[in-house]
Every structure is written in structure tokens, then in C-alpha cells.
Design a protein around this ligand. Structure first.
Ligand code: ATP
Length: 280
């Protein structure tokens, strides 16, 4: 069985504070993309085997997909096994939720493969235990996310817009970026309510002017290239550009997929991976 695991971008991301459990309280508008990994899942006698096509993505228990499989199997006291191969297309450690998307896709695939009949709420509960972005990946549509990212309010579809992703030749650790965030003086975050309005209205121009990511200046303080990439995307014709999540991937928004391909073709960013895709 083949399942898609879609990448996401954050159209806005605000950090509201720290919590007693060590996580940060965030408020973010999340958007799924056409860009996806493919998970190939099939039966295996008693055992869970996870492998991937990407050298930086661990096989076996180190993979978030293995943890998802192990968790749902234990929760349902299921004795069956599975082999899962991850065809990796989403850049790794980029702020595009590649691992979370794979985990969500694995929960859905194994629910079917093992005929567990898990209710949606059950899958969301398991997803939340695996990672903050997993519930959004299970939802699979534009949403406002609060809490650690798991409290979801679906928004109207914002599909069909062009997206140019630029992944610089390094990754960042989300935990490190949040630690650094805490050590910097606070500055006002994006106007999330206005971003939500622009998304609801399908107003790309308004959105481009309102987008903001509270983590961007943090990651950019370590990697000033982020700001250069943003400038390059806008100079190449994107309506707006911003870092996704804790980075370092930067996206440019365009009117449609054709415009995104055109913008991508005009970029000259040595060492960076450039992908033209679209919102879904
Ligand atoms: P987020 O946007 O949710 O913070 P991310 O895009 O920054 O996620 P991931 O691509 O999910 O980051 O990967 C983070 C780390 O997790 C990688 O360095 C990788 O070693 C490890 N990892 C474990 N399983 C996976 C997986 N299935 N796909 C990608 N990375 C994985």
C-alpha cells in the first residue's frame, strides 16, 4: 500500500510563551503542500522494519515512523508486523515537518494494513503523543494551530497557490532554535488574526504583506543566508517570502504553480535545493 506524506509550511508563526512542560506555546497558520514523501507499507511476520531512501534519515527505531508503528501496535495490542519504506522527497531537518508527515501517514497506513479500525480521535491522540506537528499532518488541510501546535482550528482551503521552497545546505535543530529564542529580547510577533483573514479571503497580496515568523530572526542570527534567500525569492518575482517553522527552509509564495516554476528558474543560489510546488 502507498500513502502520501505531505510537507507543510507555516504562513505565520508566533511564540506566545514558555510552558511548565518545557514546550513553547505557539500560534501558527499551517498549510499543506503538494510536495510529499511516499510511504510504502506491507505486511511482515511479527516485526516492524522501517527503511528510507535518504542517507540522513535513520532506519529502524531511530525513525519517527518506527515510533509511530510501535505506539499504535502497543495501543491496540496488535501482534502483526509491517515493513515500511519511506521514499523521501521532503528536505530533511528543514522546518517542513517531513518526519511528522511520515509519522501521520504511517498511522493511517497501519490502521488500514492491520484493520485496527481506530477512530479519528484515537489517531489524533496517538499523533499528539508522537510529535507536535503530527495532528496537523493527520488533518491535512489549512489550519490555525495553538498549544504546542496540536490544537487545530481548520480554515478554508488555500489551495492552488505556487510555492518555491529553498533549502540551504545545512539543517537546524528545532530545540536549539527555541533555546536561542528564549535568550533574545522579545519583539512583537505577526498579526495572526490578520493572516487568518487574508487566508480566508484567498488574498495572496495581503498575506504576503502580513506573513511573519517569530523564529526567523533567531535562525537567521545563526545563518544570515536566510535573509539573502528571502531577498532573492522576492527579486525573482515571489509575492512574499518567509522562513518555515524553525527553518532553515525558506518559501516564496506565487500566484500559481507556473509562476512558482518561473521564479524557481530565475534563482541562482549555489548549494541550495530549490523545489517548485503548490499549496493544497
Ligand atoms: P519540523 O518542521 O516538524 O520541525 P523538520 O522538517 O525540521 O520538522 P524533519 O525532517 O522531520 O525535521 O527531521 C528532523 C530529524 O529527525 C532529522 O534530522 C532526522 O534524522 C530525524 N528523522 C527521524 N525520522 C525521520 C523521518 N521519517 N523523516 C525525516 N527525518 C527523520
Amino acid at each position: 500500500m502507498m500513502v502520501k506524506a505531505r510537507a507543510k509550511i507555516n504562513l505565520s508563526l508566533d511564540v506566545l510563551g514558555t510552558r511548565a512542560d518545557g514546550y513553547h506555546e505557539i500560534l501558527t497558520v499551517m498549510q499543506p503542500l503538494e510536495l510529499h514523501d511516499v510511504l510504502e507499507a506491507g505486511p511482515l511476520e511479527g516485526d516492524i522494519r522501517v527503511e528510507s531512501s535518504h542517507p540522513e534519515v535513520p532506519s529502524g527505531p531511530g525513525n519517527i515512523v518506527y515510533r509511530a508503528a510501535d505506539l499504535i501496535r502497543r495501543e491496540f495490542r496488535c501482534g502483526a508486523g509491517a515493513r515500511i519504506f519511506i521514499h523521501k522527497k521532503i528536505p530533511v531537518a528543514a522546518g517542513l515537518a517531513g518526519g511528522s508527515a511520515d509519522a501521520a501517514a504511517a498511522l493511517r497506513a497501519l490502521n488500514r494494513l492491520w484493520a485496527l479500525n481506530a477512530a479519528e480521535e484515537e489517531l489524533f491522540r496517538l499523533g499528539e503523543a508522537i510529535g507536535s506537528d503530527v495532528p496537523f499532518c493527520l488533518l491535512g488541510r489549512t489550519a490555525l494551530a495553538g498549544g504546542r501546535g496540536e490544537l487545530l482550528t481548520p480554515l478554508p482551503s488555500f489551495s492552488g497557490f505556487g510555492v518555491v521552497l529553498v533549502k540551504p545546505p545545512f539543517g537546524v535543530s528545532t530545540a536549539r532554535i527555541y533555546r536561542l529564542y528564549d535568550s533574545l529580547p522579545a519583539v512583537p510577533g505577526p498579526d495572526t488574526r490578520a493572516v487568518v483573514k487574508a487566508v480566508e479571503n484567498g488574498d495572496l497580496k495581503a498575506l504576503a504583506g502580513l506573513m511573519g515568523n517569530a523564529l526567523e530572526r533567531v535562525t537567521a542570527s545563526l545563518h544570515p543566508e536566510i535573509m539573502e534567500i528571502k531577498k532573492a525569492l522576492v527579486a525573482a518575482g515571489a509575492a512574499g517570502a518567509m522562513m518555515s517553522g524553525s527553518g532553515p527552509a525558506v518559501f516564496g509564495l506565487c500566484a500559481g504553480p507556473d509562476e512558482a516554476r518561473f521564479v524557481a528558474s530565475r534563482l541562482n543560489l549555489p548549494g541550495c535545493q530549490v523545489i517548485a510546488t503548490r499549496t493544497v
